[in-house]
Design a binder for this molecule. Sequence first.
Ligand code: FE2
Ligand code: FE2
Length: 182
Amino acid sequence: MSALMQRIRQDHINITRLMDILDAQVGLFHRGKTPDYNLMLDIMHYMMNYPNIAHHAVEEIVFEKLMDLRPELKSQAREITRQHRELAEKAHAFTDDLQAIIDGYSIMVRDQVEREARYYISLLREHLRQEEADLMPAAEQVLSEKALRAIETSIPDMTDPMANKQALKEYETLYKHITNEE
Ligand SMILES: [Fe+2]
Ligand SMILES: [Fe+2]
């Protein structure tokens, strides 16, 4: 498997793990318990700083090339790209509301925030499922190793902040959750 596709798959594994953690926190919220708001915020900041930027950007280049070679996948690839925008918007809105709750400014009722979180998690899970089931296998089939390497080098900063030592301080807790080091 090309390094680039391996990287995308690893990102998906990490994102899935983070969504499971977020889901569990939302479950606490639902049962009237206090979730770990800071952990939820860390997850959302990570989502906005890495997957919403670098991960989506690289996928869009891969899927763009895929559409040229497999035109029958055009509508699905376009829908996935549209979902990237929606995911980014929902992540921002949810993070703002979460921050407002933490700051005590929010007049939002709990179920509204819960609905927002559940929608985001399910949209993202379904998004990953479609990429893994259809677009990525097709991309691996039709794109050459050389083409994939060229895409990889065209993205200036595809370093996952969780894998970057300098940024690790900020994401240390998340990294531990993902690797079950706690
Ligand atoms: Fe994606
Ligand atoms: Fe993805």
